[in-house]
Every structure is written in C-alpha cells, then in structure tokens.
Ligand binder design. Structure first.
Ligand code: AKB
Length: 316
C-alpha cells in the first residue's frame, strides 16, 4: 500500500505519472493541482484530487495529513525558456516550493522525488558524455533553481534524514500533455506538425545536440528510483539519466522515413538557442545504471514509430 501526492499532476509529466501510479499501487494516489489547471477526464475520475499550490506549505501539509501520504512527487516548475521571462516566479515555485515540500516531508515523514534537469549544466561543463559529478554552472534561472534544488535536497537528506531522490531529466517527448516553455519542446512540436501535415518551423539551429527521452522511459525512471534499494546509492540528488541524443536534422530525417512529404524550415529563437548551446550534447548515465539499475527502452526509431501512431489516432 502506497499513498502518493503528485504536486503538478496536470502538467506534462504529472498527467501521465499520476495515471501510471494509480495503475501500480493500491492506496491514495492524489492528483495535486492549482485552480485553473484542474484534472479532467480519466485523471479526474480515477482517483482523489486536491488543491495543492506548492507555494502554500499549509495546503501541502493538509493533503499529506488527510491522505496519509508517504511519498511526494514534486513536479511544479516553470520550464527553462519561460523561467527566463519570469525569473522571480521561477525561483518562488522552484525553490520556495521545494523548501515547503521538504519541510512538510521532514515533519511528516515523506519521501520526496523532485525532477532535476540537464539544465543544471552550463558552458564550462564537458559537453559530450557529461559525467555524473562535474561542473554545474548554469546561467539560466531554471538551471540555478535546479542546481540549488539538488543541493537543498541533499542537505535535507544528510541533515534530517529525509528520503530525497532525483533524476536529471533530458527533454521529454510525449503525445499526451504538451510541455510549455521549455528549450527542448521542439522535439515534441515537430511530431504534431508532421502528423497534421504542417511545415515545421524549428526554433533550434541545425547541429545543436541535446539529450532527449520518451515519456514511458521517464516515468519508469521516476518510479524505479523511488522503489530502489537506497543502500546501493552513492548519489541521490540527482542522477544523470539518458536514452538518446540528437539534433534537429536527425529527428526530421527520422520522421521523414514515416512521413516522406514532411517539411521543416529553420526559424531559430535566440533565447532557446543560447540555452540549448549551454547544455550538454549527451550525458553519461553510468552511475544511475550501477546504483539502481537504470536502463532505457526507447531509441529514436522506436519513439518515432510510437509517437506517429498515437498522434495519428488523435488527429486522423
Ligand atoms: C526544458 O527544456 O526546459 C526542459 C528540460 C530539459 O529541463 N524540457
């Protein structure tokens, strides 16, 4: 029996993670949301939900107490590009929110998963096969909150014994809930354009490599790390995980294997491009593999086949 609170349950990761956890565990799997982003459809019907604004410690504590929560998935955050236009709010949600979650976890004895990101790395970090333990010097507010979040989560573990765990997600690709305001969003949007028969305007320049991952692998990572035997952990906050790395032409050419008439043009967005260039080309995820058995299942081809199949069902 597990009782889990998902904060940010209607977002890109949360909407799928909540459903997956409900399929896996008996117990209260509570969809935390903020007014204006209410759960709908299956997410609403299949289990309990509660208003939980991550910036409101009292609301988190009330949901934890009411549903006897033992694990919190803290998914509330502004993504990298939007965080640059609202840096104060990005800090308030990313760090203020995390502090609230960790305080509730400390006093009410919950484990906490908080996603980190390839955004913790910056210009001085080795770009290829970026090691687990290396320079973390981001210049974006998103990166600053993610590095600080890793440090604060480790602090709560070392100082108070809170069971904090995390992975550094690459760009996540899914056909269910679109991301909003990320640098890697192009790798989702390109599939929608391809299936709808539209020319895709790519905001990231040719030759810009970034790590990406298909959502089913990302969900497994988030669940498996929380189920892992902590005795084997050398690291906690946060593990590099990886499955594929590509640049815009690679994914475009892969989609053309399935939709030959698909067209792409470049309309580079300077903000997203600068962020993308500061991030690694590919991560080394050896520590995650060794310490808790991480292994991806999808490569670019398997993901592309599934994305196109699923989006065709939706858009005809
Ligand atoms: C973003 O692009 O901001 C996110 C991320 C890689 O953390 N998808």
């Amino acid at each position: 029996m597990k009782n889990v609170l998902i904060i940010g349950s209607t977002g890109q990761i949360g909407s799928e993670l909540t459903m997956k956890l409900r399929g896996l565990y008996n117990g209260n799997i509570v969809a935390g949301y903020i007014p204006g982003a209410e759960p709908t459809g299956e997410l609403k019907e299949s289990g309990p939900s509660a208003i939980v604004d991550v910036t409101n410690e009292q609301q988190i504590a009330e949901a934890v107490s009411k549903y006897k929560i033992d694990t919190i998935y803290n998914l509330a955050a502004l993504l990298s590009a939007v965080a640059e236009s609202k840096p104060q709010m990005a800090w308030k949600i990313g760090m203020g929110g995390l502090f609230n979650v960790l305080e509730v976890a400390r006093t009410m004895h919950c484990a906490v998963f908080t996603p980190s990101s390839i955004g913790v790395f910056g210009d001085d970090t080795p770009k290829d096969k970026t090691p687990q333990d290396t320079i973390r010097n981001p210049r974006t507010m998103y990166g600053v909150t993610k590095v600080s979040g890793e440090l604060l989560s480790d602090y709560y573990h070392n100082r108070f014994g809170v069971d904090t765990r995390s992975v550094r997600f690459p760009g996540l690709i899914s056909y269910v809930t679109p991301p909003g305001g990320g640098t890697t969003d192009y790798a989702v949007d390109i599939y929608y354009s391809a299936v709808k028969g539209e020319t895709f305007k790519c905001p990231i320049a040719a030759g810009t490599y970034m790590d990406m991952m298909y959502m089913p692998d990302a969900l497994r990572a988030a669940i498996e790390i929380m189920e892992a035997d902590p005795d084997k952990f050398v690291h906690r906050n946060s593990f590099n995980i990886a499955s594929m790395s590509f640049e815009p032409d690679t994914i475009y050419n892969k989609i053309k294997e399935y939709i030959p008439e698909f067209k792409m043009v470049y309309e580079v967005d300077p903000l997203r491009q600068a962020i993308a260039e500061s991030w690694p080309n590919s991560l080394d995820d050896t520590c995650a593999r060794q310490e808790w058995g991480w292994k991806p299942e999808y490569d670019l081809d398997a993901m592309t086949k599934d994305m196109i199949e699923k989006l065709r069902i939706r858009f005809g």
